[in-house]
Design a protein around this ligand. Structure first.
Ligand code: DC
Length: 225
């Protein structure tokens, strides 16, 4: 938590799908005792809600109206609610995963979510995780990391993650889906996935989970001291 000895700071972690970003960000936040904000979960929640209303990505006005009316909250553990609903499980289904890039690329959706992300990050020190944290949302973040890993390693990890949540996950399908999302996320016009010039890149393909967490935590503690 913020204190005179530990001033407010933002630690941005961007990276490709399945690079280990989410689990790393969560553990780093826990070890540092600060909030974890998973912004991918916000784009997933918008996608789920749009699908529930049978909205297509092309129905920009309807989607914008829906997103503008949403009320977001993050508790001190970083648990997100949207209009009071905890969607953490439903947003991980294949249906949402397959559609999310098409909703996340809509500028009106991004314009609406970015101020919410900034407001949450301003309230308290946070590990903010996504695709454009270091480049667009928090360009002045004190710490910036970019996580990558080979597609095969990433697909294996995603399948394990899905299975651990009791959800089905087929390796070939997961691999195809994440490659497609990568190219959509990198090729889109607004806030494409890119590495900030001042970010530290971590290729996690050959690292253990504890190893990648330690790289970040050690760097942060050394520089905060
Ligand atoms: O990290 P994830 O796989 O849960 O992200 C879900 C989708 O949201 C993915 O297609 C990238 C997109 N996203 C984004 O465009 N900007 C962010 N800050 C976070 C995620």
């Amino acid at each position: 938590m913020d204190s005179p000895s530990r001033p407010h700071f933002i630690l941005a972690i961007d990276g490709v799908s399945g690079s280990g970003k989410s689990s790393t960000a969560k553990t780093v936040a826990k070890q540092l005792g600060i909030l974890h904000l998973d912004t991918g979960a916000m784009y997933r929640a918008v996608t789920l809600l749009a699908l529930e209303k049978r909205l297509q990505p092309g129905q920009i006005r309807e989607i914008e109206t829906m997103v503008e009316a949403l009320h977001w909250d993050a508790d001190s553990q970083g648990k997100l609610t949207v209009d009071g609903r905890d969607l953490s499980r439903e947003i991980r289904t294949d249906r949402v995963t397959a559609a999310v890039s098409d909703f996340a690329r809509i500028p009106e959706v991004r314009h609406s979510l970015v101020p919410v992300q900034r407001a949450i990050g301003m309230r308290q020190s946070a590990v903010v995780e996504g695709r454009d944290m270091a480049t667009v949302v928090f360009p002045d973040a004190r710490f910036k990391f970019f996580m990558s890993a080979s597609p095969e390693v990433r697909a294996r990890r995603r399948v394990m993650e899905l299975h651990s949540m009791g959800l089905p996950g087929d390796y070939a399908q997961v691999l195809a889906n994440l490659s497609e999302r990568d190219s959509k996320d990198s090729g889109r016009e607004h806030s494409p996935l890119s590495i900030a010039a001042d970010a530290i890149e971590i290729d996690t393909s050959g690292l253990t989970f504890d190893g990648q967490v330690a790289i970040i935590v050690t760097h942060v503690l050394k520089n905060l001291a």
